[in-house]
Design a protein around this ligand. Sequence first.
Ligand SMILES: C[C@H](O)[C@H](O)[C@H]1CNC2=NC(N)=NC(=O)C2=N1
Length: 111
Amino acid sequence: MSTALSEKTCSACRGGVPSLDTDEAGKLLAEVPEWQLNDDATLLSREFRFDNFRQAMTFAGQVGELAEEQGHHPVITFGWGFCRIETQTRKIHGLHENDFILAAKIDELLN
Ligand SMILES: C[C@H](O)[C@H](O)[C@H]1CNC2=NC(N)=NC(=O)C2=N1
């Protein structure tokens, strides 16, 4: 039985590893089905909707704290009623399991 993504912890990525290919990324996407891959599977993103600016801002802060805790950092954009998260592993210019672990943990913030 493999460990759920949300129970894993991001590992320090120092580059020098291949990014996930589209098949590998597609398999991991099944565990975070609310998220989207871009066409060449180098970016994982999701837009969350909220009732107002303060809720979006609070969520953005929670994602930021989670990123610091995990040592893996997405791009966080927020405004009135929305917060958009985009993640890729910059060092390898593509996706790593870390991006999917972070996505699964971000989804858990809503529980
Ligand atoms: C050593 C540490 O793992 C790296 O500097 C981390 C920090 N956070 C990171 N976040 C993202 N999104 N990509 C990276 O390559 C990255 N590298």
